[in-house]
Write a protein that binds this ligand. Sequence first.
Ligand SMILES: [Cu+2]
Length: 128
Amino acid sequence: MGSLRNLGSVLAVSFLVCGLVSQAATKQTVVEWDIPSGPNMGYAPATAAVGDSIVLSWDGVHNVVLLPGPFNALGDCSKAKSAAPLPVTQANGKSASTVTFSQPGTYAVVCAVDGHCMLGQYQKYTVS
Ligand SMILES: [Cu+2]
């Protein structure tokens, strides 16, 4: 009986450790989503791991499209128009969409509202 109880304790600790490890392994980043302005025009390219998510949060009229593959704003902003924007949630007067990376690769997170992408409202991600 004692050994069964020990086994139970070991399993409980194992599940706890696994839970902590998996929580630490994925990251959620919040990005204020807008047409960039100021001296550093545009969003700096970023890296992420599979399972990480990006919450893009905004006021006003924007949306979020996830484009897989290499991205060059000059040629590829127009692709965002034909892709479906991600679902939007509303909270505290702000809108938000969440991108969760499920596969490694290169991606661009893009606003498909007219002209916003060409004004720099996109961010490239390398996911590994
Ligand atoms: Cu926009």
